[in-house]
Design a protein. Sequence first.
Length: 459
Amino acid sequence: MAAAQRIVIENCSIATVDADDTEYATGHLVIAGNRIESLGAGRAPEGLENVGRRIDATGHLVTPGLVNTHHHYYQWITRGLATDHNLFNWLVALYPTWARIDEQMVYAAAQGSLAMMARGGVTTAMDHHYVFPAGSGDLSGAIIRAARETGVRFTLARGSMDRSEKDGGLPPDFAVETLEGALAATEATVKEHHDSSFDAMTQVAVAPCSPFSVSTELLREGAELARRLGVRLHTHGSETVEEEQFCKELFGMGPTDYFESTGWLGEDVWMAHCVHMNDSDIAAFARTKTGVAHCPSSNARLAAGIARVPDMLAAGVPVGLGVDGTASNESGELHTELRNALLINRLGAHREAALNARQALRLGTYGGAQVLGRAAETGSLEAGKLADLVLWKLDTLAHASIADPVTALVFGAAAPVTASFVNGRQIVADSRLLHVDEDAIARSTREQAQRLARIAAQG
């Protein structure tokens, strides 16, 4: 630490999101290498050596970087379609198009998805990719390459599907893998790309898609594979009423009981959505410390319902926020999910007591890190943790008259990101990405969206 290049940030409000929710009205933070060296009230200590940069952050709030816990990057090039459908009809409408993606399309879509998140304060991202058409190229490698170029910390949830239309599932027959093929490809991806170190920039999880697109054998053997390799598990769960009916008809039990019967509850598991959970389901998640990726905008877009987030939190369930795929959340931004999580949950049973601004911020930072299994490394601003943090500009017209900075960030308009750091390296300056060309990505994503539309129309 003593020999590392230092960055000193001063004169800012700080919300640490640590266990005590420590905040400083005017404080400082010192980065040394890729770690947070120190932080506290007032100016930074005098006499710091090897200071390469000082940032006067007057008018800013510094928070941990946002952590996205559920996404499907490939959907960036199918935004704006099937806009008036529920989940099952939406899937039926879009699977035939998604089944024609290839490596070039997936790389461009990943670039677009990552760019939109990173410029809006995401420092740790994930992608649940589960569509692997035969002959489509190295899709996992393309996604990981895009994340590396953008500069974010990244988890690839290597998904899979083996239950197609002929087996009673939703995906077209040509869009799924075999059980053996999916397991072998997933294991190869983990062995090639997963990094278990403290400051890992790339990790891999085992992630069969959903109960209605994978076999019981793939779920069970996927869980066994993940635990043998020492990585996390991810899937969709309890997203819609139709899913619950599907599980009861096919398996004789609801989604949570079905997941438990296949080894899919545990502190190494997180599930997306979890909208339709009864008291028993929530208790099972709390007992096993199974995590939840709450996706409020997507849940609303697909009319799935309101997840019982206040009840989950009260029971001790780890909960983070997710963008979800941008075919069901066209903005693709996580910082808007802070606000939407708070507002949508206030429409539920707990009304105005459902969530407050600081709880929403915690969902988007520490909660997400906890769900991804990285709370020891990131998700809060504490000495010794990785330097993943964001400077939000709150002294402009949009926010200047709101006295409390956390309230301004969560309740107010989307705040500009003056600077975002990942692993001590700045990746955003004045809401623009530093290491990739946003305009070139915009052109590429449009070209690939048009190309996919042409191919799907011919198919």
